[in-house]
Write a protein that binds this ligand. Structure first.
Ligand SMILES: Cc1ncc(C[n+]2csc(CCOP(=O)(O)OP(=O)(O)O)c2C)c(N)n1
Length: 545
């Protein structure tokens, strides 16, 4: 016999979960107490449930296992909801464990009670409120299965406080990996025939390749067939951005000539991607509902295959296995027109991603900082970015080369960057972790930075201080020129804040200081902080006079 909370944690641990992120609460004291007996599970204490949730989302992304966050009922659960939404949008496995009022008080509008089924119903893959202590181990098992299968995503386990410490049988729930799925031989032959014939094929690859061996399989497929690769929204780190076959990311700011060129493709292999609204340029590429190209859509989630675009081949399968099955050992014949096609897409991408040469009068052009980071980052650096216009050069110009990683929220949420950096460095203590964050986003979850000091994590935090919610200010200037409201920021002394946290900190105001500051910041030895007086004007649209 064991307690119900021990049973729950034992199932999580048996599935490789070795870290949880939490803000404690009286509603889950029983689970916390059981955690005391699991020294193999690192409990990371956070300062806000959004921080705990974001760390769990980042950890889930890096491990492929569910990230786990534990939060209290009511206020804790509502604070954590931003991470549930992010996990859903980003397709990241997440388990959020929420304490709950005792069963006797359920649905009586008790203190801090919420009906989580209703609250999380629209954003979680599964919400389960236990009514019996014997259910916890099974619920943990199902949570892992559901969070990691199909399109990965968030699940919420709700545990009333009175059933957390009851005696139950030892758990026997162990998930075995499912046999991998790939199309039958006849379909594979047909696909190979299409790939041999296509003059202007294009691979659009997505998060399905974010698994061990996925990047290698994608690269081998592209190189063997000499097919250009476009990556889905913010999946820059799946394929070398410097590779001649890299055609670019389908994101928020593609130039028209690039999308026009993509339209000229005669075969699209959409592999491991949901092909959602941003990747599809608001459902305008390819043509909807019937693409003009031969359209192959392969995704592990049957709900996603053909959801927006009617494919000629809709394949519910493991995209990595498919890529391997479509990569013959001997190089296949390549149509003559293909090298010129690949070269054309490469030229467009190179022109678009060339570093800008701008002159800023009111501070440092943050693109310069990103460039210095690019030049000095290690080959396996993990770059964590928050939401904001400061991050635009990261997406457009950085040029990620695996195993470098880009940790950035597909959901576009502010507040992700700092917690993601903590989780990344905890997961990979030997890798360089760099966090870039705006003054807006930093004030949302920057408090989590204290964990870097506590645990001596050598993260480099770079804050772009433009005294503005500039992303929104830009939109205001575009749509309501000269009428800005609510987007100017009155800021504290960030350098002093970082020092007060116990970090080495530096403020830079001149372009000449950038390279040296980044070098110092990457020197290691503990967390370091650079506040950049960032130009606002270079990011704003030109005023029409
Ligand atoms: C949690 C959250 N709230 C609001 C927004 C809307 N939003 C997107 S970017 C942005 C401004 C970001 O400001 P800052 O962090 O200073 O970066 P900047 O754009 O100035 O570079 C806002 C308010 C959001 N994406 N996420």
């Amino acid at each position: 016999m064991t307690t119900s909370s021990h049973a729950l944690l034992a199932v999580l641990q048996a599935h490789g979960i070795d870290r949880v992120f939490l803000v404690p609460g009286e509603s889950y004291l029983g689970i916390l107490d059981a955690l005391y007996d699991f020294p193999g599970i690192d409990a990371v204490t956070c300062r806000h449930e959004s921080g705990a949730g974001f760390m769990a989302v980042a950890d889930g992304r890096l491990t492929g296992r569910p990230g786990v966050a534990l939060v209290s009922r009511g206020p804790g659960a509502t604070n954590a909801s931003i991470a549930v939404h992010t996990a859903q949008q980003d397709a990241i496995p997440l388990i959020l464990i929420v304490g709950q009022v005792p069963r006797a008080d359920l649905r009586r509008e008790a203190f801090q009670e919420i009906d989580y089924q209703r609250m999380y119903g629209a954003i979680a893959k599964w919400v389960f409120e236990a009514t019996d202590p014997g259910q916890l181990a099974e619920a943990a098992f199902k949570a892992i299965r559901i969070a990691t299968s199909g399109t990965p995503g968030p699940v919420v386990l709700v545990v009333p406080e009175d059933l957390q410490q009851q005696q139950v049988a030892q758990p026997r729930w162990i998930a075995r990996a499912h046999a991998s799925t790939k199309p039958g031989d006849a379909t594979l032959r047909e696909l190979l025939r299409l790939m041999e014939a296509a003059e202007r094929p294009l691979i659009v690859a997505g998060g399905g390749f974010e698994v061990p061996g996925g990047r290698e399989a994608l690269c081998a497929l592209a190189e063997t067939w000499h097919i250009p690769v476009a990556l889905s929204f913010r999946r820059h780190d799946l394929f070398s951005n410097l590779h001649p076959l890299y055609a670019g990311e389908l994101g928020l700011a593609n130039p028209k000539n690039q999308i026009d060129a993509f339209r000229e493709s005669d075969l699209i292999l959409a592999l491991g991607t949901r092909f959602g609204d941003i990747t599809s340029q608001e459902y305008s590429f390819p043509d909807l509902p019937r693409p003009s190209q031969t359209f192959v859509h392969a995704c592990a989630d049957d709900h996603m295959v053909g959801l927006h675009f009617a494919p000629d081949f809709g394949l519910v399968c493991n995209p990595v296995e498919l890529a391997r099955a479509l990569t013959p050992a001997a190089g296949p014949p390549i149509p003559q027109a293909r090298p010129a096609w690949a070269r054309r897409l490469q030229d467009i991408r190179e022109a678009f991603t060339a570093w800008p040469q701008r002159k800023a009068e009111d501070g440092i052009d943050f693109a310069q900082v990103v460039r210095a980071v690019r030049q000095q980052a290690s080959e396996d650096a993990i770059v964590c970015v928050d939401a904001g216009t400061f991050a635009a050069p990261v997406y457009r110009h950085f040029g990620f080369v695996p195993p470098q990683r880009l940790m950035s929220p597909l959901s576009g949420t502010m507040g992700y960057g700092t917690p993601a950096a903590i989780a990344s460095q905890l997961r990979f203590p030997g890798r360089q972790v760099i966090c870039m964050v705006g003054d807006g986003g930093f004030m949302m979850t920057g408090n989590e930075m204290i964990a870097a000091v506590e645990r001596k994590l050598p993260i480099l935090f770079i804050l772009a201080n433009n005294a503005s919610y500039a992303s929104i200010r830009i939109q205001q200037e575009l749509h309501y020129p000269g009428r800005t409201v609510g987007t100017s920021l009155f800021n504290p002394d960030f350098e002093k804040i970082a020092r007060a946290f116990g970090m080495q900190a530096q403020r830079i105001v001149r372009p000449e200081e950038v390279a040296g500051a980044v070098a110092m910041g990457l020197a290691g030895g503990g967390p370091r902080f650079i506040e950049v007086k960032a130009s606002l004007s270079v990011t704003l649209p030109e005023r029409r006079s």
